[in-house]
Write a protein of this length. Structure first.
Length: 314
């Protein structure tokens, strides 16, 4: 599946290899969008060409994005259709770098493991606040995970609800996870967007969903989090954008048409036919995006012919 889009942070991921399609007239702003702390990454430079001297970041402006599904509840544990929006509002303890598969700090600045991987202790980053002004602390992290225990997403990440026996606040900046047994992918799974830390509808991410920002058509208008903790390499506060508008356009042909008409700057999740059409359009740029994700195909072993072990082994 390809995407049509204009921007994002490459360390945020969900659905495998995507691409972004952006108007070529906006390529000069691609670097700005890449660093906003959103969810996509642009690739418009030939890697054989020496990296140019960085130019000062351009700030301000609102990015309009055509997404494939309505934004629903903005609950990381239960609203899988809205993960694009959720990544802008909420953050996880760790992230997985899609280029290296290495787990990197996010809301947790460091961590330790003990008991052969059955105990994980995380130190939270200092100075992080939720959008409602309250401080991110270990109690909030524990409450966020406890709330998700009964959800399908929780079981998908950790096998079942009993894998994580407890999540405890050791002190305000230290949270400990005690597992029933060691679980190999536990640390990486904490970087999944479903495991984002939430205090109700308030997150810690680069964008805020103001009251009433969810439109009747499932669209969402976000504004910049002026108290966001992250900085770019030069020490400038992120995000660069002042706003982000997510517009649901279910039909992929219509999403591409919205981009071509200039009504959005990004179109996400384009199937192969639309992505191929975009590649042949000189006014658009298509950039691949790699995500840390796994696509799998399950077999229903209760239905013919795979209810027979001989067929499954064949």
């Amino acid at each position: 599946m390809d995407s049509a889009m204009l921007s994002t942070r490459g360390s945020r991921r969900t659905d495998g290899r995507l691409a972004e399609i952006v108007p070529r007239r906006m390529r000069s702003t691609a670097a700005v969008i890449v660093a906003i702390g959103v969810f996509l990454s642009a690739c418009t430079l030939n890697p054989s060409v020496p990296t140019p001297t960085p130019t000062p970041a351009i700030t301000g402006g609102t990015l309009r994005v055509a997404v494939a599904a309505d934004v629903a509840s903005l609950d990381p544990w239960s609203d899988e259709a809205s993960l694009v929006a959720i990544r802008q509002i909420f953050e996880t303890l760790v992230e997985v770098d899609p280029a290296t598969s290495k787990v990197t700090p996010a809301l947790a600045s460091s961590w330790q493991t003990a008991n052969d991987g059955a105990t994980w202790t995380f130190t939270l980053r200092e100075g992080v606040r939720f959008h409602d002004g309250s401080a991110l602390d270990a109690a909030a992290v524990a409450a966020s995970f406890d709330r998700g225990r009964t959800t399908r997403a929780y079981r998908a990440l950790f096998g079942d609800a009993s894998t994580v026996q407890s999540v405890q606040a050791v002190d305000p900046r230290t949270v400990r996870f005690d597992l029933r047994v060691p679980f190999g992918p536990f640390l990486a799974h904490l970087g999944a967007p479903q495991a984002a830390i939430a205090r109700g509808t308030a997150g810690t991410g680069p964008f805020v969903a103001p009251t009433g920002s969810l439109a009747p058509d499932g669209g969402l208008t976000l504004r910049r989090n002026d108290a966001y903790w992250a900085r770019d390499a030069a020490g400038k506060q992120l995000p660069y954008l002042t706003g982000l508008v997510l517009r649901p356009v279910v039909d992929p042909t219509s999403r591409l048409a919205e981009l071509r008409a200039g009504r959005v700057e990004v179109a996400l999740d384009l199937p192969i036919p639309q992505a191929s059409s975009a590649r042949s359009d000189p006014s658009l740029a298509v950039s691949p995006r790699k995500d840390a994700a796994l696509a799998s195909l399950g077999i229903n072993t209760t239905a013919t012919p795979f209810d027979r072990s001989e067929a499954r082994r064949a």
